[in-house]
Design a binder for this molecule. Structure first.
Ligand code: FAD
Ligand code: MG
Length: 367
């Protein structure tokens, strides 16, 4: 029944030839945040590249210990275990910052992204070995508890040491947090910050499909990133996007799902219905600039999930209003597929060939 897998939604296609003697490459791959994390970096000193990658990996691991709902001692698990604790939970600045941003993204997307979907994620168990289709009653019972507006965040100066700020979070009865749709992007931002602060000028970070491209690869203009063909296998891609100092995040229904009685249930839920989002979108890639001044990883991650939930009409209206957000939407209607690309990406997206569109009987509506 279950077919639950996690992998990068985008693949690197530019394997750079390192003919220049002075250019060295360091690379590490590991499994964290329930997914494959790969960081590669280029520069003149291999040991400092290795050190930068180690520091970035350590930071991702540290953040996983704070945010993971799968780790009982994490701050998010602690909050979930006692959502009504009087006075709220004291948390780290990072947890506070990510929750504050989650609430902003929830507001901006009118709740299409909502960090309080935790109880629903648990009910469906998608991506776990206890996936099941809940009955209507179970979903209806949880729905009143879903709602980012009921989360309270409080910052105050520590009375004993006013040079310190205390960060507190209150959830309320029945409410459960899940940062699975935003924390990978936040971790990507933080890891990229560490790489840059270590002097790395050229690197690619891939946190299970959340990609940050720092600078440019050696001897090339931009990193060439392949966008996964949602109808193909792991290695198939439908387009290549060439970027530098950018973040690219993809959400789709094709990575984590299970099937029951011929129906596919995927892992992106509509917080309003409590069920996997019914949407004409098959895949959403969001692209924004990413540098010291603008770390957009968390925002891209939340938005890729939110646009997917919204469906193409609302997603396009959102993109029309937020010109700083670029996106590629693949939608499906009556068996026909189309690709929508925002203006800012038109010149940097190249389609691998027409096989994707032809094979799927679709048309390229890229504008
Ligand atoms: P996204 O679209 O970015 O996120 C979808 C996920 O967000 C869903 O799985 C659900 O958790 C949540 N969600 C669903 N709908 C909404 C919505 N409308 N609004 C807000 N959130 C929503 N995976 C494991 O298998 N084992 C682990 O131990 C594990 N640990 C993790 C620890 C951390 C800190 C993080 C960030 C992730 C972890 N993961 C783990 C992976 C996690 O489940 C991924 O985030 C998941 O695969 C979704 O990523 P995505 O990019 O595919 O989809
Ligand atoms: Mg996301």
């Amino acid at each position: 029944m279950a077919a639950c897998v996690v992998a990068a939604a985008a693949l690197t296609v530019s394997h750079v030839s390192l003919s220049a003697r002075e250019t060295m490459k360091a690379e590490r791959e590991t499994f964290m945040l329930g997914t494959l994390i790969n960081i590669s970096a280029y520069g003149s000193d291999k040991s400092s590249l290795d050190a930068a990658i180690s520091a970035a990996m350590e930071e991702i691991s540290r953040l996983e210990q704070l945010f993971s709902v799968g780790i009982a001692s994490s701050e998010i698990s602690r909050i979930n275990a006692a959502p009504t604790l009087e006075g709220g939970h004291t948390v780290s600045p990072e947890t506070y910052e990510l929750l504050a941003q989650s609430l902003r993204e929830a507001e901006e997307t009118e709740g299409a992204f909502d960090p309080t979907v935790g109880a629903l994620v648990g009910l469906w168990g998608i991506g776990t070995d206890h996936t099941r289709v809940p009955d209507d009653f179970e979903i209806a019972e949880l729905l009143p508890d879903i709602g980012y507006r009921k989360v309270a965040l409080l910052q105050a100066l520590d009375e004993e040491d006013p040079s310190q700020t205390i960060y507190r979070v209150s959830l309320g009865k029945g409410r459960q947090l899940d940062l699975g749709a935003i924390a990978k992007g936040y971790a990507a931002d933080r890891a990229a910050r560490i790489m840059r602060a270590s002097g790395v000028k050229s690197a690619l970070l891939n946190l299970g499909g959340d990609l940050v491209a720092i600078g440019e690869p050696p001897k090339r203009r931009g990193w060439r990133l392949a966008l996964r063909d949602p109808y193909g296998g792991r290695g198939d891609y439908f387009a290549v996007i060439t970027v530098s100092d950018s973040v690219v995040v993809t959400s789709g229904a094709y990575e984590r799902f299970f099937e029951q009685d011929g129906v596919r249930y995927h892992h992106i839920l509509n917080p309003a219905t409590g069920r996997p989002a019914v949407t004409d979108l098959v895949s959403v890639s969001v692209v924004m600039e990413q540098n010291e001044a603008r770390e957009n990883g968390a925002r891209c991650d939340a938005l890729s999930t939110a646009l997917f939930v919204m469906g193409s009409e609302k997603a396009r209206a959102f993109l029309d209003k937020h010109k700083e957000v670029q996106a590629i939407l693949i939608s499906e209607k009556d068996g026909e597929h189309s690709v929508y690309v925002t203006d800012g990406l038109k010149n940097i997206v190249t389609y691998s060939d027409n096989a994707f569109l032809q094979a799927n009987g679709g048309k390229n509506n890229a504008r």
